[in-house]
Design a protein around this ligand. Structure first.
Ligand SMILES: CC(C)(COP(=O)(O)OP(=O)(O)OC[C@H]1O[C@@H](n2cnc3c(N)ncnc32)[C@H](O)[C@@H]1OP(=O)(O)O)[C@@H](O)C(=O)NCCC(=O)NCCS
Length: 293
């Protein structure tokens, strides 16, 4: 077995820069820290690298979702969403980002995001109770020219598709409001209303890898390697245009049509105890086995 890949901030920043992250851009990142290898300084180093490449005019956005799988208590109407304290279930890089003093977090029972940068406050304070409608933080970022980075994770994690499913009014989702509680900055507790766009009972499951393979086939993805992680960078606008094309060809294009879902051709896709990862060498992901390092 090969030793895990060791990556410091310099190497990480070079790999991310080679991939094509541009200064001053808006960037939404879905990530897996361990897919990269052993990162010196951990998740905070990844956030530092991303922020240094984006520069003072760029804005970083991460999903800070709080699904019932991670928060079984959130099924309880008395559950309190605390934007400052409630951990993100979307990985350690997202928690490192949301804890930065200059980070802002949107308000939603399940689908909040955190953002850092000049557009962060505007993006998160969307004023809608939905996380995916046309006024939502993600929608507003995508409309303003955002890029999306899948860092060591497959297209299955591409939440943008849900935003476009809502816009395209897919017939396999239903909208309703969910009521919980929210801790405000001054400590007071108020009602939290979150609009959700839930799967209908006959939803067969999603396959966004199928979409991603097609996006790659038309040359719209900057495909590369960050440490040992497969990294995919693309413009939300290009992905949105393809989403519309595919939907008008087939209204069930984002749904599972094969079992298992579409296999990604580049790199290796593996399942660890927490989620699915895209890596170059399965032996080189992070391990706690000290005899290897
Ligand atoms: C679930 C998911 C986050 C798991 O990825 P992961 O790499 O196993 O976990 P994290 O990114 O949280 O990183 C923490 C892990 O990195 C590893 N790690 C610890 N220190 C590390 C370091 N210095 N360098 C690298 N890895 C390290 C450990 O395995 C740690 O797990 P532990 O906390 O259980 O010990 C990932 O597979 C995923 O799905 N990410 C995308 C989420 C998303 O955006 N979803 C959108 C909606 S579907």
């Amino acid at each position: 077995m090969a030793p895990p890949y060791k990556v410091n901030k310099e190497k990480l920043t070079k790999d991310l820069s080679d991939l094509g992250i541009q200064k001053g851009s808006i960037l939404m990142v879905h990530s897996s820290l361990s897919s990269i290898g052993i990162v010196e300084g951990g998740a905070n180093t990844v956030v530092d690298s991303l922020l240094s490449l984006l520069g003072k005019d760029g804005t970083l956005i991460v999903p800070t979702f709080t699904y019932p799988a991670d928060y079984p208590d959130s099924k309880n109407p008395d559950w309190i969403f605390d934007p400052v304290r409630t951990h993100s279930g979307m990985g350690s890089i997202t928690n490192a980002a949301r804890k930065r003093p200059d980070a802002f977090r949107s308000i939603h029972l399940w689908h909040s995001v955190a953002a850092i940068g000049p557009l962060a406050k505007t993006i998160v304070n969307s004023g809608t109770t939905s996380a995916w409608d046309s006024e939502s933080p993600m929608s507003s970022a995508f409309r303003n020219g955002a890029w999306i980075l899948m860092l060591g994770v497959p297209y299955l994690n591409l939440t943008a598709i849900h935003v476009w499913e809502v816009e395209l009014k897919v017939d396999y989702r239903q909208d309703y409001d969910v009521y919980r509680r929210l801790r405000q900055e001054d400590g007071s507790i108020v009602q939290l209303v979150s609009t959700v766009h839930d799967r209908k009972d006959d939803h067969p499951g999603s396959d966004f890898n199928r979409f991603g393979e097609r996006l790659e086939s038309i040359g719209k993805v900057q495909l590369g390697v960050v440490g040992n992680a497969v990294a995919r960078l693309f413009k939300a606008e290009d992905a949105y245009n393809l989403a519309k094309t595919m939907y008008f060809e087939d209204q069930r294009c984002f749904l599972k049509q094969t079992d298992p879902v579409t296999e990604l051709k580049y790199g290796k896709t593996i399942q660890n105890k927490k989620g699915i990862q895209c890596v170059i060498d399965t032996d080189k992901i992070y391990t706690t086995d000290k005899t290897l390092s």
